[in-house]
Design a protein around this ligand. Structure first.
Ligand code: FNR
Length: 409
């Protein structure tokens, strides 16, 4: 109601309240490269469309006259009670959207109590985000480096800065085939974007210091390379690294950020590395969910990375029920394609314990920094609240499988 009343006063919302307009407005504001990186998907973007089509296939079947005058959407995850079943997905390279990047998101997260999952490929060090969040809940998302000492260092840093869970992402052991970026000749990491966790890591830095900084200092051969060099110089200043070292850092990052040969034994090693709850992100098959739970994993995130990795992959929402069934008592979270409060409702009805919001908050960030992220979060939660009320659900326990129907069945 508060949001409607604001409108009655003639006040226009700071960010559009529907996804299509939100994305369009962000598109106008962002650089072509930044927008391509955020909006793009793998290949022909079939998976991205499939994520949406799956949401559209499910319909909500409301129940009436239940005498509810308020809704409670709180949820308890790993011993912490959260105000809503929403988290902010780990998103790398947020500087592509806004100069304040992760710090702005951290502020919005703390203001709303919606946990922020810090990305391994963040644009701000996790410690800086943790600092602005005070006691608000946050998690850390890990890409497993080929340098095990860096991986261990990331986990220890996450523990030290108050992260309450480790999310190991499994669907990005290789970077997907993303034509929008490829066609612009654009990989943000090569410009030093999205590597702040590494530049601020003591183990990574020690390796760098020991390295012979041999990449030559000769002036860049093309205008494009000169621009890259300029970006690297600016970025390097924040981390006390000169151009030569920045080039070496980027090369080291590219060579070590991810392990294509990650296996189940590594999950067991991670189990020994930390006492924090571990969630595996990118699980889409029931058998993988069973294996994970057997190895002491505490939760799963059903996700296809927003359709950015395999073109033609199963829609994340279609994979959710199988994984929920296989996971038993372990909580299953969900992302990929969530655009509204009604979408959150559908994912919860299909068994998700909580939902991660991705691209929508990045567009809010692009449009209005921390305030924009906060507005997007509040809009999604307001719609979830209304949907629960109108569908006759007083708490998340009521948002169950009986509340939705697949229109194809
Ligand atoms: C991502 N995602 C992601 N996931 C992850 O585990 N670590 C990361 O660093 C990133 N980086 C990233 C960057 C950008 C620009 C996007 C759009 C996505 C995936 C993210 O966590 C989530 O799975 C998807 O965003 C969900 O899809 P939708 O809802 O955004 O379409």
């Amino acid at each position: 109601t508060r949001l409607y009343v604001r409108g009655l006063g003639g006040e226009k919302p700071r960010v559009p309240t529907d996804f299509a307009r939100l994305e369009r407005a962000a598109h106008e504001k962002m650089t072509p490269r930044g927008y391509a990186y955020v909006a793009g998907g793998a290949g022909l973007e079939t998976t991205m469309r499939a994520n949406r089509a799956a949401f559209e296939r499910y319909t909500i079947v409301p129940r009436v006259l239940r005498g509810l005058d308020r809704r409670d959407s709180s949820v308890t995850l790993f011993g912490r009670t959260l105000p809503s079943p929403l988290l902010l997905a780990p998103i790398g390279v947020l500087e592509a959207a806004h100069s304040e990047a992760d710090l702005a998101v951290a502020k919005a997260s703390a203001a709303t109590g919606v946990p922020f999952v810090f990305s391994s490929q963040a644009s701000s060090p996790m410690e800086a985000c943790a600092k602005v969040m005070k006691d608000a809940p946050r998690w850390f998302q890990l890409y497993w480096s080929t340098d095990d000492d860096v991986t261990r260092s990331f986990v220890k840093r996450a523990e030290a800065c108050g992260c309450e869970a480790i999310v190991l992402t499994l669907d990005t052991t290789l970077l997907g085939w993303r034509p929008r970026d490829l066609n612009l000749g654009s990989l943000p990491f090569l410009r030093g974007q999205g590597i702040a966790q590494y530049l601020s890591d003591p183990v990574f830095r020690a390796r760098l210091d020991r390295e012979d900084a041999s990449p030559s200092e000769s002036p860049p051969r093309s205008p494009a390379l000169a621009l890259v060099a300029r970006d690297l110089v600016v970025k390097g200043r924040q981390f006390d690294l000169d151009l030569k070292k920045m080039r070496a850092a980027v090369a080291r990052f590219v060579g070590t950020y991810s392990r294509p040969d990650l296996s189940w034994d590594d999950v067991s090693r991670l189990r020994e590395m930390t006492r924090l709850p571990i969630l595996l992100k990118g699980v889409l098959h029931g058998d993988d969910a069973r294996e994970a739970v057997g190895r002491g994993v505490n939760g799963l995130i059903v996700s296809n990375h927003g359709g950015r990795q395999i073109d033609g992959e199963v829609a994340a929402l279609d994979a959710l029920p199988d994984v929920v069934e296989a996971a038993g008592a372990a909580p299953v979270l969900f992302d990929s394609g969530v655009r509204s409060g009604a979408d959150v409702f559908k994912a919860l009805a299909l068994g998700a314990r909580a939902v991660l919001l991705g691209r929508p908050y990045v567009y809010g960030l692009a449009l209005a920094g921390a305030d924009g992220v906060r507005d997007v979060i509040e809009n999604v939660l307001a719609e979830l609240d209304l949907t629960m009320g109108l569908a006759g659900c007083g708490s998340l326990a009521d948002v169950n499988r009986a509340m939705v129907r697949s229109s194809s069945s």
